[in-house]
Structures are given as structure tokens and as C-alpha cells.
Design a protein around this ligand. Structure first.
Ligand code: SF4
Length: 229
């Protein structure tokens, strides 16, 4: 990890999303770039032979940390939206119902309150798997616990106001934080909306307001008040 230049990597990611101001915004191309960034990150992680990657404890079906506020950029939201639109109508209706219920319960909660509410993410299926795994947020990709029990203990401790440490695979954590910042900065430099929103509220809004994608990205007009109702 010491040899990896995160600052340089952030600049490279930033450049990939910062179109010239005169360029026409092509959402398909931006989504494709995001997909490429995901696969580049996977390759970088696979290339890591040193460090503590072998100690990574996160595994399919583990859902303990899926009770937190997840921040995503609008572009990530559009990627998830595109993925959800491929689901059948029954599956999509179930997700919309879950999003509605969850949003009613967690909107307005700060990070501590959200975790203490113990409400599971709307994208967890009945077996505890992430329905949107191929397009899951960068925030979720950064989670890289090396100790399941410490991870669970930290979340339980939060309920009692205790701060307990979570051991993380630092390269993965730092890699995705860097990508998140690079994407957000690049979008802002391109004059697009690089702000972050809460996962549940944003996806619910996008599903309820079809056809607004390009305007939202170029006008940066979405506000918290729009997501709240
Ligand atoms: S999007 Fe997937 S990984 Fe992220 S919190 Fe929700 S269920 Fe968990």
C-alpha cells in the first residue's frame, strides 16, 4: 500500500469524469466510465499480493453493516437505476415498496441514529444478499472488515453509545474513498452534479421521477427537500 500513489490515482479518476465544459453530456458514456472504474478497482485489488487482503472477512450473505446511511453520487444513483430497470415488474415493485417503507423510517436520521435504528438496507434480499451487488455504491465497496466479531461488536456498541474499533483492510478502504472523491471532483469540474445523497432517498426519488436523469445531472437542482416527501 505504501507504494501506491492514491493522490495520483484520484487525479486520474477525476480526469476521466471531467469533460470539457463545451462537451455534450453523455450519460451512457459516463455510466460506462463508472463501470470501467469498478473493474479497474477489482483488478487493482486482485493485484495486491502483500498486506492483509487475505484477512478480509466480508463475505456474501453477511449483512451486518447494511444498517448505515450510505452516501452515493447522483451518477452512482443513475447506475443503480439502470440496473433496477432490468428487473421484472414484480421484483421492482417489491423494491419500491421496501424503499418507501425504509425511507419513511430513516429520512432525517443522522448517521448514529440511522445505525441505532437497525433498519436493514432496502436492497437486501431475504437471504441477506445485496440485490444491486454488481452496481453497489463505492461506499459499500470500501467496507473491508478483517474481523467479523469486531465489526458486529462495533455496530452493537454504537447502540449503547460505545465507540469500538473496526479492523479494516486499509488498501481497499482507501482505494474506494479515493475513487469516490475522484468521481465527485471530476463531475463537479465538468459542471455536473458531484454531490452525494442518501442511497435510499435518492433511488426512491429517481424511480418516482423517470426521465429527469440528464437535467438532474447538468442542473444540480436536486435538493434534500425533493427527496423528503
Ligand atoms: S447497497 Fe447492498 S451492500 Fe450497500 S448497504 Fe445496501 S444491501 Fe448492503
Amino acid at each position: 500500500m505504501a507504494s501506491f500513489d492514491f493522490a495520483q490515482f484520484q487525479l486520474e479518476i477525476q480526469k476521466r469524469f471531467s469533460l470539457p465544459a463545451s462537451a455534450t453530456v453523455d450519460i451512457v458514456q459516463l455510466l460506462s466510465e463508472l463501470e470501467t472504474v469498478h473493474s479497474d478497482a477489482d483488478s487493482l485489488l486482485e493485484q495486491q499480493t502483500d498486506g492483509d487482503r487475505s484477512l478480509l472477512a466480508c463475505a456474501p450473505g453477511c449483512q451486518d453493516c447494511c444498517v448505515v446511511n450510505v452516501s452515493i453520487t447522483l451518477l452512482e444513483g443513475l447506475s443503480i437505476l439502470q440496473f433496477l430497470r432490468q428487473l421484472d415488474s414484480v421484483g421492482l415493485a417489491q423494491i419500491i415498496a421496501r424503499l418507501d417503507k425504509l425511507w419513511r423510517d430513516v429520512r432525517g436520521l443522522d448517521d448514529d441514529e440511522r445505525m441505532m435504528s437497525r433498519r436493514k438496507c432496502a436492497f437486501l434480499d431475504d437471504q441477506g444478499y445485496c440485490i444491486i451487488y454488481p452496481v453497489r455504491p463505492l461506499f459499500c465497496r470500501s467496507v473491508s472488515s478483517t474481523d467479523v466479531e469486531l465489526c458486529r461488536g462495533a455496530i452493537t456498541g454504537q447502540v449503547f453509545g460505545e465507540l469500538r474499533p473496526v479492523m479494516m483492510y486499509q488498501f481497499q478502504l482507501q482505494l474506494y474513498k479515493t475513487i469516490f472523491l475522484g468521481v465527485a471532483d471530476g463531475l463537479e469540474q465538468a459542471g455536473l452534479d458531484g454531490r452525494s445523497f442518501q442511497l435510499c432517498g435518492l433511488i426512491r426519488y429517481l424511480l418516482n421521477h423517470p426521465g429527469q436523469e440528464k437535467g438532474l445531472l447538468t442542473e444540480s437542482s436536486l435538493s434534500w427537500n425533493d427527496l423528503y416527501p
